[in-house]
Design a protein around this ligand. Structure first.
Ligand SMILES: [Zn+2]
Length: 334
């Protein structure tokens, strides 16, 4: 294990922008910690392996940024899974992050309802998701207990859901910004669009107990109807979240703006310290052997139902890889 706390000498922010990276940072003067995620090939590979309508792809891109940001903060090499289930046109998003840095993702949606939402000019993230919940699951392996946090989706977007989660479940003041866009480059073959995405998260994590109490604005386990004990927000946190509110989408996805320069742009007056950046890439965990085992676990009657033109074809929902088997290859009593 490398120690992420190793001090880096004071220097000017790197001007070299690197895609598919996660840059942790800290602003000691404000008791803030945060991360900047910048995705190029990773989000492009995932979204291009699907043929989703544009607003669905964009929404899934936001979920990918959020998942990479949260999953990469965990100090173990397990899995972090973000999943929505809701009653909107997009009924499910699944993003699966495996430490230290691979991610895959897919969406399930009702094509007619998505088309209707686009036609009505209502294909916003909140309208596409509708009402339901967002679940975040931490899976540290077969011998470890799974942890799941749930937050309701109530017509808002993923940023709002993340804020709600950290307020309710973790009681850590948190702000998240997510951005996804398509980039056109004249030189690309056929002028193909490329997806880019980025995000920033800051959390207020004061060391002193006095300030931690101030940070706790949750009424706790008080019975319903009890007036919340209102504590004024800490000035440092007000400053931190105000700075994050100034970030434009373009700053999060601009291929020429390095994550270090963005951190510097926001926090240079207070002094910002960056830690070693981590890498992330799109990678699916499916395999022919895995699909074969799954097919063998089905009853024969179910496998018989899957035969088309004398073959069984299975397409991975995450990466769209297709696996073709002869029925006798996966028969259990052959
Ligand atoms: Zn796959």
């Amino acid at each position: 294990m490398t120690n992420p706390e190793i001090a880096i000498p004071s220097r000017a922010p790197s001007t070299e922008a690197a895609d598919d990276t996660i840059l942790p940072f800290a602003v000691k003067a404000l008791d803030l910690r945060g991360r900047i995620v910048r995705l190029g090939d990773t989000v492009d590979t995932i979204l291009n392996s699907h043929d989703y309508p544009l607003p669905v792809a964009k929404l899934l891109g936001e979920a990918i940024v959020l998942t990479v940001m949260l999953g990469s903060a965990l100090k173990f090499e397990g899995r972090f899974i973000l999943q929505t289930q809701s009653d909107g046109p997009v009924r499910m998003l699944v993003v699966d992050f495996t430490g230290p840095g691979t991610v895959r993702a897919c969406a399930r949606f009702n094509a007619e309802r998505v088309a209707a939402a686009i036609a009505a000019g209502e294909a916003t993230p909140g309208k596409l998701l509708g009402h339901g919940h967002l679940a975040m699951t931490i899976d540290q392996g077969p011998d470890m207990s799974r942890y799941q946090g749930l937050v309701p989706l109530e017509g808002g977007d993923l940023e709002q859901a993340a804020h709600e989660y950290f307020t309710r479940s973790e009681q850590i003041p948190t702000r998240v910004r997510l951005a996804v866009a398509e980039e056109y480059r004249a030189g690309d073959a056929g002028g193909r669009r490329r997806w880019r995405a980025g995000g920033i998260m800051v959390q207020f994590l004061p060391n002193s107990l006095e300030r931690q109490r101030q940070a706790d604005i949750h009424p706790g386990d008080a019975p319903p109807g009890t007036a919340a004990h209102v504590v004024p927000e800490d000035e440092a946190w007000v400053e931190g979240r105000s700075l994050i509110a100034t970030v434009d989408d373009i700053e999060l996805i601009d291929p020429d703006l390095s994550s270090e320069r963005l951190a510097y742009r926001l926090f240079h007056e207070r002094g910002v310290r960056v830690f070693r950046a981590a890498a992330v890439q799109a990678q699916c965990s499916c395999s022919r052997a895995g699909v074969e085992n799954m097919l063998r676990s089905f009853p024969q009657a179910d496998r018989d139902d899957m035969v088309e033109d004398g073959r069984i074809t299975v397409t991975c929902e995450f990466c769209s890889s297709t696996y073709v088997f002869q029925p006798e290859e996966v028969a259990t009593n052959a």
